[in-house]
Design a protein around this ligand. Structure first.
Ligand SMILES: [Zn+2]
Length: 425
């Protein structure tokens, strides 16, 4: 005779999931543009938060808000001293966003704990569904998860502003929050078992390969430079070609060298982009005396990033010398790449195989809360395919079959983690 309590295998309920996504997709919707506008701490975002808290209460989770306005709903474990499993993502969006970026991970977490509850499973470790504040970086970082990781300082709070110069502290106060409490949102790594995040891929790899799930091995790091090349503005008609100090030609030559530099010094995962450029004085009949442009470089290996930084600096310096230009650059941001927790990836893989899912191990080219959480607790991400690779647009979409597959995989994994804790290998 078995002494085990009989419980049904928990299964995600897709009808309920779909209904929730539909409701959430109405919040912050601009019907004319067809996109969502739930930028951090705007009315749409506040409404989304209130909606989420209600969902959590209805399921019977313990709802809490920390000083950084992160919301969590906890399924209490049988051992109150056991470290907590976090699962979630974010509800805030970029302007004119689609419905899945962030929201899918929060709703999947919600569905998983509800399914566990319904199956009569009470895990040993508490499981907390979390929605982090301002993942999309309206105020320049990932405010919510950075607060939890203890990376937010009084300085950050003083200086954080959005692109229009609006201060984070003011916005939070206007919403009835005390921004300084964010300094107390830090969580003791000892109190956490791990963090899991389901997210759309936001790229074309899974969709193109027709695979259902991506198991993220590494999240890319990046550096962003603001570069200025300075020559001399002069008359477009009277200045002979060989007597020019044309800043645009310097920039163009640099951009042209990017593929070669990546090929020679980067890895398969390296990416480099000049996404923004301005010429001065900016008139059609003047040789441009100044070019200002951005450079965004990414890779999953910190050594490769270092090597690329040094090669790009050398290229700039050589071009400037040859073309008689001055150059300067400022480092606007730097984020270290992080590795996901190998035993957690292996556990996901084992479950994916058992369910006969098609999957691949892959890097994440986009930044996520997981990148911050990985600095304090074992972290793993799983991706669903993004149709056509589209994201940060209303065209964002993943098929419901794929959402179901990834959510059930998350659920199966949570059941094991909740009972047994972290795998060893
Ligand atoms: Zn996201």
């Amino acid at each position: 005779m078995s002494t085990e309590t009989l419980t049904a295998e928990p299964v995600v309920q897709m009808e309920r999931f779909r209904e929730r996504l539909k409701e959430l997709s109405q919040i912050g919707l601009d019907a004319e543009q067809g996109g969502l506008y739930r930028m951090a701490f705007t009315e749409g975002d506040m409404e989304g938060r209130a909606w989420l808290a209600r969902q959590m209460e209805e399921i019977g989770l313990t709802v809490e808000r920390d000083g950084a306005a992160n919301i969590s709903g906890r399924l209490e474990g049988t051992d109150p001293d056991a470290p907590v499993i976090l699962v979630g993502s974010h509800l805030d969006t970029v302007p004119c966003a689609g419905t899945l970026d962030g929201s899918l991970g929060v709703l999947a977490g919600l569905e998983c704990v509800q399914a566990m509850k319904e199956a009569g499973i009470q895990p040993k470790h508490s499981i907390e569904v979390v929605s982090f504040s301002d993942e999309e970086g309206r105020f320049g970082g990932m405010f919510g998860s950075q607060s939890v990781a203890g990376q937010v300082t009084p300085d950050t709070l003083h200086n954080a502003r959005d692109l229009n110069g609006v201060k984070l502290a003011d916005v939070m106060e206007r919403q009835g929050m005390d921004p300084w409490l964010a300094l107390e949102a830090r969580r003791d790594p000892q109190s956490l078992l791990c963090y899991l995040e389901l997210h759309i891929e936001q790229g074309p790899v899974l969709d193109t390969a027709r695979e259902q799930v991506g198991l993220v091995e590494d999240i890319t790091g990046l550096f962003k430079w603001g570069i200025t090349l300075r020559g001399e503005a002069n008359h477009a008609g009277t200045t002979p070609m060989e007597m020019r100090q044309d800043a645009f030609l310097g920039m163009a030559e640099f951009a042209y060298q990017i593929p070669r530099i990546l090929e020679e010094n980067g890895s398969e995962r390296s990416r480099a982009t000049v996404g923004k450029a301005e010429l001065f004085p900016g008139s059609a009949n003047t040789v441009p005396g100044e070019a200002r442009f951005s450079l965004d470089v990414r890779d999953t290996d910190p050594e490769v990033l270092k090597e690329l930084a040094s090669q790009f600096r050398r290229a700039l310096s050589a071009i400037a010398r040859r073309r008689q230009l001055m150059f300067e650059f400022t480092v606007e941001s730097e984020i270290e790449p992080v590795a996901c927790h190998r035993p957690l990836i292996n556990l996901l893989e084992e479950k994916a195989r058992k369910s006969s899912l098609s999957y691949r191990r892959m890097p994440s080219g986009a930044a996520h809360d997981a990148q911050i959480m990985a600095t304090i607790t074992p972290t793993v991400m799983l991706f669903t395919p993004s149709r056509g690779g589209k994201s940060h647009s209303p065209a964002e979409w993943t098929s419901w079959d794929d959402i179901q597959a990834a959510s059930q995989l998350l659920l199966d994994t949570l059941v094991v983690l909740g009972e047994k804790g972290l795998p060893n290998s």
